[in-house]
Design a protein around this ligand. Structure first.
Ligand code: PMT
Length: 396
């Protein structure tokens, strides 16, 4: 997902309201603009401050709230939305939407928007099964609303049955599907390497680098958004992989090499976003290396070059690499592209502020065999992932 998309999250008064905090946080983290509207009842379950903090935007509650961002608040909001999500949706908001009532900000925006609307009902089983609620849901379906069925299980009221809010992963996947109807990666398997590698010298010490995995995960998310399958071979990271990716965790460059080669025959495209250590300590000490007088010299051995190896057996694969450079960006990047037999290379000058390791943004030049280098302005890694995938899709 990326910042070009705006989601309006409607929170109504149900016990599952707290789960939407996780949803808002996930949307925000991938660069989606999120505006939260709460009903007064929702505020009995969770404080607006939670959503204000997680979305980075003031929470909207009242139709007559002063807000300088829009000339007419409910219309401005409604027009800006790419998607509206009502989660949790109570029987009350479902009834209001089904009958066109507009007596508060949320129900007014629902009527005013032309964006798709996803409704995620959550309530007591008997209420959910009540024919009136089912009729209302039927009316909404007939009008093109998207309804995510509640899950079965033990409910907060002690009853077991249908009515639980589905898992956040499931709601998030549905949102992705609705926001990104473009499915140009459907049928494609994309292998992405991501994050750093760690090269152990003894049981407690290792060599590594500053990669966090943000770039690789942004690419994985974008492939999934666009209908593709992802094999994510990732070095150690604290970040969560996108739902739907087949994740293969590794630690060292040699493990990454083995896993990439093992999965290579099943994939169509490889994107090497990982910062793979070029060297490892030559000897591994099974015991912690003891401190002694004087300096310690560690001899380093070369690690295998994963992309270069794939470049030798390219076949019909599309191979994409990154180059993290600190000088002579284009010259060094071009040399890597040729040496590794790559189709596309993303050159980042990692000395620039807002580029490279750890930041949420990157500044790169896209190089390809079929075109002149394309320098791009600073953008969120999620946005950059979309541009890179556009470039690769042009090679299919
Ligand atoms: O993870 P983040 O914090 O978001 O940071 C993103 C990033 C800076 C790590 C990413 O944008 C990036 O530049 N990744 C490549 C870093 C790198 O190792 O560059 P390189 O110039 O050393 O390697 C060139 C290419 O060969 C890379 O695609 C790399 O994955 C690959 N390589 C390198 C060495 C090796 N032994 N095997 C490889 O396959």
């Amino acid at each position: 997902m990326n910042a070009s998309k705006t989601v309006i999250m409607g929170i109504t008064g149900g016990i599952a309201a707290y789960k939407s905090a996780d949803l808002v946080s996930r949307l925000y983290k991938v660069g989606t603009r999120v505006h939260v509207i709460m009903t007064p009842n929702a505020m009995q379950f969770i404080a607006p401050l939670t959503f204000r903090t997680l979305s980075g935007n003031p929470v909207l509650i009242d139709s007559f709230q002063e807000d300088s961002r829009w000339r007419v608040q409910h219309i401005g909001l409604a027009e800006e939305a790419d998607l509206m999500v009502i989660s949790p949706a109570t029987a009350n908001i479902i009834a209001k939407m089904a009958h066109g009532l507009a007596d508060d900000l949320l129900s007014t925006v629902v009527l005013a928007t032309r964006a798709p609307i996803l409704v995620v009902p959550s309530m007591n089983t008997n209420m959910y099964n009540n024919p009136i609620v089912q009729d209302n849901l039927g009316r909404l379906r007939d009008r093109g609303f998207h309804i995510l069925e509640p899950a079965e299980g033990e409910l907060a009221c002690g009853v077991t049955g249908k009515g639980r809010l589905p898992e956040v992963d499931e709601i998030y996947s549905k949102i992705t599907e609705l926001l990104f109807p473009r499915r140009d990666y459907e049928g494609k398997v994309v292998l992405i390497t991501s994050g750093p590698t760690q090269e152990a010298m003894d049981p407690v010490r290792y060599l590594t680098n500053r990669s966090t995995g943000k770039m690789g995960l942004a690419l994985a998310q974008e492939v999934i958004n666009r209908g593709g399958d992802v094999i994510l071979i990732t070095g150690p990271t604290h970040l969560s992989p996108p739902a739907g990716a087949c994740v293969v965790p590794v630690t060292s460059a040699r493990e990454m090499y083995d896993e990439v080669l093992r999965h290579y025959p099943q994939c169509d495209i490889v994107i090497g976003a990982a910062a793979v250590a070029d060297y490892r300590p030559k000897a591994y000490s099974g015991q912690k290396v003891k401190k002694k007088e004087g300096d310690l010299v560690i001899e380093l051995a070369r690690n295998p070059d994963i992309l270069a190896e794939l470049g030798k057996k390219k076949g019909n694969h599309i191979l994409v690499g990154f180059a993290a450079e600190t000088e002579d960006l284009l010259v060094n990047a071009q040399a890597k592209m040729d040496k590794k037999n790559l189709d596309v290379l993303i050159a980042n000058d990692v000395t620039q502020e807002g580029a490279g390791f750890g930041s949420d943004t990157n500044i790169v030049t896209i190089m390809a065999r079929d075109s002149e280098p394309l320098p791009l302005p600073q953008m969120l890694k999620g946005q950059l992932a979309a541009v890179i995938l556009d470039k690769i899709a042009g090679l299919f």
